[in-house]
Every structure is written in structure tokens, then in C-alpha cells.
Write a new protein. Structure first.
Length: 258
């Protein structure tokens, strides 16, 4: 992938600035897919920066990025409805899992997430939150709300305010529970002892959306990238990246319509 230097020559490749959710950058999936796009479009030089979804949408409003990849449904819809998007399209789906010590696996297995979160509160188990305005953090807050628990002032609740990868390491160090995106967990698995508690997956799906920013310098290239991602070549690039990274399809491409 080509990293863009300040003051790059205007006669060079079309610059495409991509702001993507931290999890899909840390997992490597976005870099692999964008590399495939660049190989098919040698006139484009893409640069990817990782941020929480809320920050990504702010960058879009400032036209400081051309393509946004986010996972917070309501703020995404507000951004698109405001007219700030030149194009948007669901990109792929992943899922969340609840992870924690192996000793809790039998108790949590098959339960729904709000029930497990209530058990965490009832037993005062340490829970590590990303706390960073990401899609993961948004879903976590919704689960606590459904569980009828306000964890914010509890001594067992740790607001890490960091990336998914760092959150997993902190949870592992403290033998704690956390909510994790599945791909991030697979990447971290060789370095942590926590396990997938096999919580009922109902409601734990995660949809990533690609949004081209209207009026940005690279808006046209961003729209072209979205279009390419929906072609058989684009879908194949996503699937191949999954197999290379995980030996399974973790980030499932949206089906091609028509």
C-alpha cells in the first residue's frame, strides 16, 4: 500500500484517503482488500488511517477523508441523510463475541449477551470496555441497557478508551471479560489466554458500511472503489483476504444485487 507524503505531486496517482474502523485495520482485512484494488487500478494511491467510527464520521464532515468505513448504524444514517455522502453501501458483516476466562464458559455458553452481562454485574467480574466511540463500544452500551445495568460507576468496570487489540490485552492481563469483534479475537488469540464464551449470537452481528464523502478531493475515486467492491472481483478480493488471514470467512461480503 502506498502511504501518501505531504506535498505529493498533483500529477501523480489519484490520492484516496480512507478512514476505517480500527478493528478492520488491526485485523489486516482492509489493507489486503485495498492492495487488490490498487493492483487493478494502478492510477490510484490509497492511504488508510484507523479511527473509531464516531471520529471517522467527523473526518467525513470536515472532508478530511474520501472514503469512510464505519460500523455505527444510527450515526451513519444521519451522515448519509444529511447529504454528506456521494455514495454508500454495506460492505461486509462480522460478528461480536463475549470473551473471558475459561472457567466461565459453561455458565455463559448459549446464554444471550444481556443475561451474561447481568451475571458479570451480579458477580462483580472485571469487565473491560473499549470506551472509544467505536461500533463495539456502541453495541456494548446497548447490551448493558438491555441488561438493566449501569456499569459506569461500578468498581469492576474498566473504561479502557483504546483500540480493540489493546482492550483484549488489558482484559487478558486482568483475567477479565470483554466484548470483542470476532476477527480481532482471532488475531489476538495466539497472545491471550481468554476464550470465546460461546454466547448466543442473536443480535451480535456487525455491519460495516463504506461511505464516499461528497465534495472531498478524492470523492470520485471513493465512489469507484465502492462500485468495485460490489463486483465479482471485489467480492473475491474480500473472500481471498479472509482465507489468507483467518482460514475462514470472518468478514462476509454483502451479496451482489441483481
Amino acid at each position: 500500500m502506498v502511504l501518501l507524503a505531504a506535498g505529493a505531486c498533483s500529477t501523480g496517482p489519484q490520492q484516496l484517503l480512507i478512514a476505517a474502523e480500527m478493528t478492520v485495520v488491526e485485523s489486516g482485512i482492509i489493507d489486503r482488500v485495498i492492495e487488490a484494488y490498487e493492483a487493478a487500478h494502478p492510477g490510484v494511491a490509497a492511504s488508510v488511517a484507523a479511527h473509531p467510527s464516531q471520529t471517522i464520521l467527523d473526518l467525513g464532515r470536515q472532508r478530511a477523508a474520501d472514503l469512510l468505513i464505519t460500523s455505527v448504524r444510527v450515526p451513519e444514517a444521519e451522515f448519509i441523510d444529511s447529504g454528506a455522502a456521494a455514495a454508500s453501501q454495506p460492505l461486509f458483516r462480522s460478528r461480536f463475541i463475549v470473551i473471558g476466562p475459561e472457567s466461565w464458559r459453561d455458565l455463559a455458553r448459549g446464554s444471550e449477551a444481556p443475561e451474561v452481562f447481568r451475571l458479570i454485574a451480579d458477580h462483580g467480574l472485571t469487565f473491560v470496555s473499549r470506551g472509544d466511540g467505536s461500533g463495539t463500544h456502541e453495541l456494548e452500551r446497548l447490551i448493558w441497557l438491555e441488561a438493566g445495568v449501569d456499569p459506569a460507576t461500578q468498581p469492576w468496570y474498566l473504561d479502557a478508551g483504546t483500540t480493540m487489540a489493546q482492550t483484549l490485552l488489558i482484559a487478558d492481563e486482568r483475567d477479565a471479560m470483554t466484548l470483542s469483534e470476532y476477527g480481532a479475537f482471532l488475531i489476538a488469540l495466539p497472545t491471550i489466554d481468554l476464550t470465546n464464551l460461546e454466547v448466543d449470537p442473536g443480535g451480535l452481528d456487525l455491519e460495516y458500511t463504506a461511505i464516499a464523502v461528497a465534495g472531498s478531493e478524492g470523492s470520485e475515486a471513493a465512489v469507484d472503489l465502492i462500485d468495485w467492491l460490489l463486483t465479482p472481483e471485489g467480492v473475491a478480493a474480500i473472500e481471498e483476504a479472509n482465507i489468507e488471514l483467518f482460514d475462514e470467512v470472518v468478514y462476509e461480503p454483502e451479496p451482489i444485487s441483481g
